[in-house]
Design a binder for this molecule. Sequence first.
Ligand code: ADP
Ligand code: MG
Length: 379
Amino acid sequence: MKQIISDLFRQIHGRAPSVVTRAPGRIEFIGNHTDYNGGTVLGASIDRGVTVAVAPRTDGKRNFHSLFTGKTVTLAAAETLKQHGEASWVNYPLGVIAAMPAFGLSAPEGFDYVATSDLPTGAGLSSSAAIELASGLAFLGLTGRQADRETLVKIGKHAENNFVGVPCGILDQGVSGFGKANHLVFIDCRGPRFDTVPMPAGAHFWIFNTHTKHALVDGLYATRHRECMEAAKALGVSQLVEARPAQVEAAQGKISADAYSRAKHVVDEIARVGLAVKSLENGDLATVGGLLTASHRSSQNYFGNSTEELDFLVDKLTTTPRVYGARLTGGGFGGAVMALTDESFGEDQAKTVAAAYEAKYGARPDILHMLTGEGAQVL
Ligand code: ADP
Ligand code: MG
């Protein structure tokens, strides 16, 4: 990986990079819409990600190149204006630069930059967090400063929330930053507190990316966010994490139907995350799978963030042998379904599920067999 991007860097910028970094994408394992409600979540860093190479310049210019667009975007010294159109991908590294001073870190001056990726973008695997964390580590290398993992994660989130303008919780950056091969990352979003949980041997991840996306997905995410805050208020708690499942049940009929359903999904989901951690510790993948599928049914029945296409895939997968469980992964309203399987589930079974989907919806989902991978690192 380091050799490939170093060669590319030489072709584009005519010299060797001084720092090469890599950060992975992630799968939301379980913990759907829990992060911004102060809850807990489990994610997996995957073996695909974004690699960044940089070298300092003395003239203050910043040259950003991504294989993603194949073009170089040049910014004049100290330029930090938000970019638009084809150059808008630069907002991810630029947002990191803009965030660094808020964390007591000096931003890098001039540099040449190249990003490559083996992660599909917009597939719910968080390529945005991967580019933020790989860029953050590269810029720390350029300025010769150290930062702990939590600061790196917070810089990435700050960039995405405040510069790019996506109100994501800490899941994406937290998993990319704290990920570990053969482990899941557990996040208690209230601290935040980060931990890792060993993944039992023989567990495999399969992603089915439908490429469907609800036209109003950003607005729907914001609506769910608002509904959760309203539900917390109706239950008399400051965040939904503070409400107990029995309290939510007792409020049914007393608070609005929407407030009840959103609260039920989030509060039950937080309980499922806790059960999943225990079951993983016991190596009980059958129970973990059941929790994943229950999470999906809750999205379908209470949170209203599933779609007919995602439900179809979950129905198919959960009636396929060797599948422990399946659920939508990420924000929902389209996107991808994740299945947890044993090691003998293979390409043939995955293709059978994809073919059934294609017969019904006329488009074939991408099949991605994912392994876990290391978190953000300097290569
Ligand atoms: P996701 O995080 O699910 O992949 P997002 O819409 O949050 O989807 O982020 C995708 C965006 O991140 C891309 O449109 C692009 O602007 C940026 N991005 C991700 N990877 C790269 C890369 N290797 N080079 C340039 N931009 C990238
Ligand atoms: Mg993203």
